[in-house]
Ligand binder design. Structure first.
Ligand SMILES: C[S@@+](CC[C@H](N)C(=O)[O-])C[C@H]1O[C@@H](n2cnc3c(N)ncnc32)[C@H](O)[C@@H]1O
Length: 349
């Protein structure tokens, strides 16, 4: 046995455990309003922050202490003042920031609560169904993807596809498949009033939220369809999927249906987690996060429905291969808008 490796792994494990408890503290800070308060007021002693935020002082001190040790907030020992740096507040305090991570603070505690079910499936097969994660997960997906969609979708992502915004301005037919709570579809409908946007999602709860949010918007509608049932006539000029294909029971059938539903000159914009299809290229913290969220949610919810369980890290190489097999004639990775979390692809028939 190598003593140094034992010591190094002990440190590593402490990092895993403190990461998990820090996420727990941040989830409490998010729900209790502490993060929002810190984002607005930045500094104070634990008692001042507790009073200002209307929180219990004992909890507030313990949570701030944990967040100081985790280097989320700064702590000034002489004055006892805690400060949330503005650069960190971007991630924690307001969903108007594209860096906002509140969605992870909804989703991570919920995926951790399903370890029993995933362990059972690991022994016997099957999986934990999407509904088992509860309505909080639907909210988490939206709080996770919504902030960047609000900032970038119409300003940056759609303009990255040559000629697309002109066509959207003139008025075309768009489908957002796996639309969740409807944020992306609603944003497209609001930005391009001449365009007709239809959101499809298999989750009735998500469709109900999307409909509730869009009652006053004439050019968007939502349907509780599985991707394999989306209408192919009269066809769509643009189809989008944001974080959907890897979740599908039958991703190949989904891709084929999307291709059939595209008009001949249409474009399919696909956003998926940015990963390689080869494990050896994903051996870093983001890879650990991706495989982890996949095993604990994305893959298991697909396997629960006897699906393929493609997994969140299916990666660019497999995406290109499957696109070809589904009949797409071209597959372009949009490097200008791809970031370390998400890869964007434009596919044409
Ligand atoms: C990770 S969420 C992404 C939601 C949304 N696109 C967003 O960006 O917030 C994946 C979505 O795919 C939906 N979905 C899964 N299987 C589907 C299917 N076969 N047909 C349509 N939607 C499906 C889920 O219900 C869920 O809303």
């Amino acid at each position: 046995m190598d003593r140094e490796r034992i010591e190094a792994f002990l440190e590593k494990f402490v990092g895993f455990a403190s990461g998990a408890t820090t996420i727990g503290l941040l989830a409490v800070a998010d729900r209790s309003g502490l993060s929002a308060y810190l984002g607005d007021h930045e500094s104070g002693t634990a008692e001042e922050i507790a009073e200002g935020a209307g929180l219990d002082p004992r909890y507030t001190r313990e949570i701030l202490s944990g967040l100081a040790a985790a280097e989320v907030v700064d702590y000034e020992a002489d004055s006892g003042v805690f400060t949330l740096p503005q650069e960190h507040a971007l991630f924690l305090s307001s969903d108007l920031s594209p860096y906002f991570m509140g969605g992870w603070l909804d989703m991570l505690p919920l995926v951790m609560s399903q370890v029993e079910g995933v362990a059972t499936a690991t022994v016997h097969g099957g999986g934990v169904g999407f509904e088992e994660f509860g309505p909080g997960f639907i909210k988490g997906i939206d709080r996770g993807n919504g902030p960047s969609q609000r900032v970038f979708l119409t300003m940056k992502w759609l303009p990255a596809v040559t000629g697309l915004t002109n066509r959207l301005d003139e008025g075309i037919r768009v489908a957002d498949v796996g639309c969740g709570s409807g944020t992306a579809a609603i944003l497209m409908a609001e930005a391009f009033p001449n365009t007709e946007v239809i959101g499809f999602d298999i989750s009735g709860d998500s469709i109900a939220i999307a409909r509730g949010r869009s009652e006053d918007i004439a050019n968007v509608e939502f349907h509780g369809y599985t991707v394999e049932d989306i209408p192919t006539e009269p066809g769509f000029d643009l189809i989008t999927t944001f974080d959907v294909i890897h979740d599908l029971v039958d991703p190949m059938a989904g891709l084929k249906r999307i291709r059939q539903a595209l008009k001949p000159d249409g474009v399919y914009l696909m956003m998926e987690p940015n990963a390689s299809s080869y494990l050896e290229n994903n051996l870093h913290d983001r890879g650990a996060l991706l495989y982890g969220i996949s095993a604990l949610h994305c893959m298991t919810q697909s396997l629960a429905r006897e699906g393929l369980g493609l997994g969140a890290a299916w990666g660019t190489e497999t995406a290109e291969e499957m696109a070809g097999e589904a009949g797409f004639a071209s597959f372009e990775k949009l490097d200008a808008i791809t970031n370390s979390f998400s890869a964007f692809y434009a596919l044409r028939t």
